[in-house]
Design a protein around this ligand. Structure first.
Ligand code: ADP
Ligand code: MG
Length: 602
């Protein structure tokens, strides 16, 4: 790019300083540009050395291609780049840099020293630029590759220096850049020194080992692999389970053809692919690597190249959403539960004692969960350890199931998965990778929530009819809530009839619940719906969440082996097994690795 001399009023140094304002916002932006250059030069080892949060020194040493001696001064001229030569290259970009702006901009606001040597050179060359004033190219010793040392950043632009935030903030940004590239390029060896202390030494490996190296061994069990290709875009990487959910932004990484980017469409799609109940203030952990034809996007929309514009935004959104959803549904945490309860097509028979109601119009597929409420002895699975226990004391005798207990079907003998209940609160289960700990209340909440949502799509839930319908007088508030949500309550399986002013008759309640007091259940639900409404603008979600919350078994409820089986089984058949409707985890894994480590077996 050559400029007409007549309009070139700005001295070169000044215009570089202006450009520097765009590219070099802070120390972290310098680091980013230097690392990009090293990667573009094919480096497999990159060492970063910082002093005083980059104020005194930002140095990047690589083992890449090096620069030919005659090109060294060129590299510091504006729009000098070895990476693109035609406009078409710009649209088919594979390298990280391309604007040819970074080095001259940095050199305009700092003291820069470069040492570089190519494989074929007998020795290296060094060169200095200070605030735009160049020195001589001089021979020097040194290994193959390039070292760029940026000293006294913003020494000649005090106004810029004032914009810098606290040292901790600036250091945080530097670390962020380092981590981002270390994650994008796990096959590269990285190291980071700050004020002569080693901060990270990362050996090349795969992405998972890189994540573990940066975030600690613990995360191994808290991430799920992303792996999906759709309409020309492939998505790979890892997404954290709810255990890794953060209250602050920071550990979300998006790479497009290995370029770290920021993009609202994609971050939105990740959230959309996660549980719909992830709250707006939650930040999931993810490292998402997208690959697509470079013609599908444009990176040249921002000088720091961090933002891209996609040609087909909705297609990208969809791929990411699907990829995240698939990842969250995967994982080896599913316990191997024996005696799988098969969904059976047998239409249900009504227990003769109560006249059948019109409530279940369509035969519902039998939910595995129903096993929870079957008498223990009706269950075909015989588990050695299962101690005979009396029916739950809170099982309501006045409740008659709409169906007769099914005849036990013979099951293939399978080895029983071990399940234990801990303090009537947690279920422990052996899984392939170690131990799964399930919160029985949270798990049941998840199950009930999804069931409710299913019943809303495909109503109604079968009802349990009460032998003695309950008459309830409601407060104005409850009455109004009930009127507002009447059809959803009906879909849940409530059969209610008017009995007088603000008075209703509860004739049936949703089946599949352990209820001891139907009237109280209804009132609690109405109360809860008003609460949930605040968090869930969708009335169906509000009612489903309330139903889950008030209907679920509680901590303290003893469960039989059969009940535990049914619970665990249905949990892992749900769409989002890993968190309850409030976003709390339902399952925590303790891997054998973790146990071995804690017992110092190595
Ligand atoms: P860009 O990266 O956009 O091309 P830069 O100003 O960042 O522009 O760098 C200018 C040129 O200097 C690059 O095109 C490259 O040829 C050379 N260069 C910079 N850093 C390195 C490095 N670490 N190793 C090899 N070449 C480099
Ligand atoms: Mg560059």
């Amino acid at each position: 790019m050559t400029m007409d001399p007549r309009i070139r009023i700005l001295p070169e140094t000044l215009s570089n300083q202006i450009a520097a304002g765009e590219v070099v916002e802070r120390a972290a932006s310098v680091l980013k540009e230097l690392i990009e250059n090293s990667l573009d030069a094919g480096a497999t080892r990159i060492q970063v050395v910082l002093k005083r949060q980059g104020n005194d020194l930002i140095q990047v040493i690589d083992n890449g291609s090096g620069i030919a001696v005659e090109d060294v001064p060129m590299a510091f001229e504006r729009h000098a780049t070895s990476k693109i030569s035609t406009l078409d290259d710009l649209f088919a970009l594979r390298s990280l840099g391309f604007r040819g702006e970074a080095l001259p901009s940095i050199a305009a606001v700092a003291r820069v020293e470069i040492q570089t040597r190519r494989q074929e050179d007998e020795h290296g060359w060094s060169y200095r630029v200070e605030g735009g004033t160049t020195g001589e190219v001089e021979p020097t010793a040194g290994p193959v590759g390039t070292s760029l040392a940026i000293k006294a950043l913003f020494f000649n632009t005090p106004a810029r220096r004032k914009f810098l935030k606290s040292p901790a903030t600036e250091y945080g940004h530097l670390l962020g850049v380092f981590k981002r590239f270390a994650l994008a390029f796990p096959a590269v060896d990285w190291s980071l020194m700050h004020d002569d202390h080693p901060v990270y030494t990362l050996r090349s490996g795969d992405l998972k080992s890189r994540i573990v190296a940066l975030y600690g061994e613990k995360v191994q069990d808290q991430i799920r692999q992303i792996n999906l290709s759709e309409s020309g875009t492939s998505a790979a990487g890892f997404v954290g389970t709810t255990e890794l959910m953060r209250r602050s932004r920071g550990d979300q990484f998006i790479f497009l053809n290995n370029r770290p980017i920021e993009n609202r469409i994609i971050s939105h799609a990740v959230i959309a692919g996660l549980d719909p109940l992830v709250r707006p203030g939650d930040y999931p952990f993810y490292v998402l690597k997208l690959d697509m034809d470079p013609h599908g996007f444009d990176v040249n929309v921002h000088p720091s190249k961090a933002e891209v514009k996609f040609r087909d935004e909705s297609a990208v959104h969809q791929v990411v959403r699907h990829a995240i959803r698939a990842a969250m549904g995967s994982g080896d945490v599913k316990p191997a539960i024996p005696g799988k309860v098969k969904p059976t097509e047998t239409p249900r028979k009504t227990a003769a004692r109560v006249p059948q109601t019109p409530a279940p119009q369509k035969p519902m597929p039998i939910e595995v969960m129903d096993a929870l409420y079957k008498p223990v002895q009706a269950e075909p699975v015989v588990v050695e350890k299962a101690a005979p226990r009396p029916a739950s004391p809170d099982r309501k005798e006045s409740v008659v199931e709409d169906r007769a207990p099914e005849v036990a079907e013979p099951e293939e003998p399978e080895e029983a998965a071990a399940l234990w209940q801990l303090h009537n609160k947690y279920i422990l289960s052996q899984i392939k990778s170690g131990l799964a700990i399930i919160d029985q209340h949270a798990a049941h909440e998840r199950i009930l929530f999804e069931r409710a949502m299913r019943y809303f799509r495909n109503p109604p839930n079968p009802s349990q009819h009460l032998l003695f319908p309950e008459i309830l007088e409601l407060t104005i508030e409850d009455w109004n809530t009930l009127k507002e949500y009447a059809s959803l309550f009906k879909d849940l399986g409530f059969v209610l009839s008017d009995f007088g002013p603000r008075t209703i008759r509860v004739e049936a309640v949703p089946s599949g619940l352990r209820v001891s007091n139907e009237g109280k259940l209804l009132k609690n639900l109405l109360d809860e719906v008003r609460e949930q409404k605040k968090a869930h603008p969708d009335p169906r979600e509000a009612v489903a969440a309330s139903f889950a919350c008030k209907g679920a078994i509680r901590a303290g409820d003893p469960l039989s082996e059969v009940e535990m089986n049914a619970l665990v089984n249905e949990l892992f058949r749900s769409e989002f097994p890993y968190s309850c409707p409030h976003g709390r985890p339902t399952v925590i894994n303790l891997s054998l690795n973790e146990l071995d480590r804690r017992f110092r077996r190595s």
